[in-house]
Design a protein around this ligand. Structure first.
Ligand SMILES: [Zn+2]
Ligand SMILES: [Zn+2]
Length: 272
């Protein structure tokens, strides 16, 4: 099996596992139809995959190969053992994705696209895939820029992408973990309870817990919230501009960035 195929199988495995777990150990009550949301989020994912394929091909991984062959990037000058390079690349890319996430909240133009992700009225494994295709293309471009600057090994990028995808499924899933396990995991990684706070309708809570893989960036850089104001099952999810499933059809999600300019979640003071 090619590494890309392995990645896909692992991805599908985690997706199905979370989907099954959600029906047994559900954490948060739902307000919208799961079937409808699943269909919409997966349709959006299909469009995202097509968009990336059309515009970039194999994108970040191809960029890593190209940078390697042409001797571009920092790591092509450093002669580090591969496993150290892989760990360094994963940690550095994770920090960059954390910063990117803050930027898409801070800059109103980017928020117009990111709001599609936050508009989900419930949160489950499929929410981890719910992004506007233009946001996906934008973050692909950002990652490719990083890859050109870093020149990491192809393997490091494949592993990072795999972890990022897998963790997005885990951290969005609607599953309950034993409190102790959640606390222990949270020292290092983002758990579903931690990320659910980021999807709260409360502005203060939306603008916290930006991490995707490692929870350390939020802790170190002061954007960490341990508990929401409400108990976990009572947290109201989504954004206040869109409260009905009619507003959240596939078509409306695709058009959302061009219609609504919901700036009021921006971190910029004075935009309230
Ligand atoms: Zn966000
Ligand atoms: Zn999210």
């Amino acid at each position: 099996m090619e590494i890309e195929q392995i990645r896909f199988v692992v991805f599908l495995g985690i997706f199905l596992l979370m989907l099954i777990l959600e029906s047994f150990i559900q954490r948060h009550p739902t307000v919208d139809s799961k079937k409808t949301r699943l269909t919409i989020n997966l349709a959006l994912t299909g469009i995202d995959i097509l968009a990336v394929r059309l515009v970039f091909g194999a994108a970040a991984v191809a960029a890593a190969k190209f940078a390697g062959e042409n001797g571009w990037g920092l790591f092509n000058y450093l002669d580090w053992p591969e496993w150290i390079e892989i760990i360094a690349v994963i940690i550095f890319l994770d920090l960059m994705i954390y910063i990117q996430h803050i930027l898409v909240h801070v800059i109103p133009f980017f928020w117009q696209f990111h709001v599609v992700h936050h508009s989900d009225l419930d949160l489950d494994v499929s929410s981890g895939l719910r992004f506007h295709p233009i946001e996906i293309l934008g973050s692909m471009l950002f990652k490719m820029g990083l890859v050109f600057a870093l020149g990491p090994s192809t393997l490091a990028v494949v592993i990072f992408e795999g972890i990022l995808n897998g963790m997005a499924l885990f951290s969005h899933s609607n599953i309950i973990l034993p409190e102790k396990l959640d606390r222990i995991l949270r020292f290092v990684v983002v758990t579903p309870d931690m990320h659910r706070i980021h999807h709260s309708i409360e502005k203060m809570e939306t603008n916290a817990n930006f991490g995707f893989n490692l929870s350390i960036w939020d802790r170190f850089l002061g954007t960490y919230i341990q508990e929401a104001k409400k108990e976990q099952p009572e947290i109201i999810l989504g954004v206040d501009q869109f409260r009905t499933s009619e507003e959240l059809s596939l078509k409306n999600l695709l058009l959302m960035p061009f219609k609504a300019i919901p700036k009021n979640y921006s971190l910029f003071p004075g935009n309230d």
